[in-house]
Write a protein that binds this ligand. Sequence first.
Ligand code: GLC
Length: 681
Amino acid sequence: MVRKYIFGEPVETGAAVNDCMTARELPSYLQTGIADDKITLTYQFEDDEAVYGLGEQVRGINKRGFSYISNATDDPVHTENKHSLYCAHNFIILAGKNTGLFVDYPGVVKFDAGETKSTQLVITAGKDCVIYLIEADSLKAVVKQFRELVGQSYIPPKWAFGYQQSRWSYENEDAVRNVIRRHHGNNIPLEAVYLDIDYMEGFKNFTVNKDSFPDLKEFTDELKKEGVHLVPIIDAGVKVEDGYETYEEGVAGNYFCKDEDGDDFVGAAWPGKVMFPDFINADAREWFGGKYRWLINQGIDGFWNDMNEPAIFYSAKNLKNTFDKVSEMKNMNLDIGAFFYLRDTVNALSNNPDDYKSFYHTINGKRVRHDLVHNLYGYNMTRAASEAFDKIVPEQRILLFSRSSYIGMHRYGGIWTGDNNSWWSHLLLSIQQMPSLNMCGMLYSGSDIGGFGCDATEDLLMRWLEFGIFTPLMRNHAAIGTRQQEVYQFDRLDDFKNIIRTRYSLIPYIYSEFMKSVLDNEMYFRPLAFDYPDDKFAVRTEDQLMVGDSIMIAPVYTQNGAGRYVYLPEDMLMVHITSPCERKFTLMKKGHHYIEIALNELVIFIKKNHVLPMAVLDDDVKTTRDIEGAAYEWLGYVDDTAEYVLYDDDGISKEYTPKEQWKKYTFAKEDFREGYIYKEK
Ligand code: GLC
């Protein structure tokens, strides 16, 4: 049951799309207080009660014991002392009560989940907000009802489930060709190559550097022949430069955010001075979205929207003040106090809270200060693009994902989890973020595989890929200046090839489970606690996940780990996979086990009376085009009978297969007489 509580005069965020009952008094277990423009909700935890949700955040799956602040922030150092990452996913679940709370407030929201006082949760938001309360009879049901409220998640084209390679930046056509050649030439599948900021002319959105990419249309045509897609980045800020079309149109159309005096607000990002389109304004959205048309006409069918918290390197005003302060200090003896003051003053140039309070949006004719709607910015940038795609190519799915988001954006695009590092702890963080994102509707998601910052090592990349096999977005991405981390940069090319080929053979399952999760408002990645809520070990498991209906995974995420402890909440069939056709099966009993997992091995666990379809791959599969129509082998642990419902479609149109036509397969124990494999005749 979903109930809605309206406090004050909330901004319409567009997060919820379906109606529910409006109620007045929150239940007595949530104490409400309103003071100083803030609303607080206080809840006393039951002993050991777990807390879930909050999407992209730091720390574990069970969020109890720390504070999380929804305040979209461009901070590339995702350590566990941080409280905010790029997104604001204000949906939290109290496991003891099978209750969810969605705090629909677009400014800063704080969830103190037992940091200040270990026995209580305190949520603080602005006093003008809407709170949705969902009470159900299981954790899964809480999520399902929440997802029904906020609407169906974004569906990418099927090719976006292939392996994708990125780096800041492949400098020209030849660099891109080389990436493709070194994958395809070694029979390593590759679906897309990303263009980072340097493809543009002077970091200007919707321009292309003619020296490095002389004819984009011709180039995308060439790549299409190989089945490879080119995915350019689009940044939120528009460069301030006379004669630059997008800038001039934005000024003429009044599409940029304004400062206190009503002038265009000037901030800075990659190109230096930029202005920020007022994405929260419908006219500005329509204008900016329309700009993608040009790239689509060049044959582009995928985009990543970045820097849309928005990241502000500095504002013109703050920069001037900083220079003034710094020059005053020029001849001083900088003692500890003065030196720290100087350092903090310079550091405070970027993403400064005062800057976010100094510019405005025009929403339905009303001026609204940015900080009060801050968390809607990236969401609406992506909405702008998605709404434009519906007009430009109404029949076609376009790949689209964003760095910043708010609940509601999940209908328009996916997300990646931003600038992580090549750290083992960030591989674990990524494992823990995925189910939390799914709770909030962010299904098409993934992290920068191998890590964005710092230098990736071969073993880290391999282990990360072994988890990345299961993330809908499987993209290797790294920062400029770091070690090259395409798989062919390392010695164990065959092992990498086998891992990526295994992803391709699992695409029928991954796509089917992803699509069913989207269409049924379910979770593709689930913590064990959601499937085994009465199992005291399962509910505390933080590093294993259920993936779709048939399997559990337990990725290795430690340096030099030759295996790991795994908890099996029921008897399962363990499969060690070294390539799509090299598999070793072991029946395992419920309980704790130490399992050896060599660096080149992937381990999955198939649930009893469940099956897993795997496409039989030719040796030279290069893209998802080459697996269409492939025969399946079914891996199965069938003790009695098993059923599998396979979802499939053409992967590109928006004609999703109706439920009545989802293909039902049934298996009997005898089908697996010769082991654990059933081959389609
Ligand atoms: C941001 C993005 C990163 C990108 C870089 C350059 O840091 O998060 O993915 O490579 O900008 O565009």
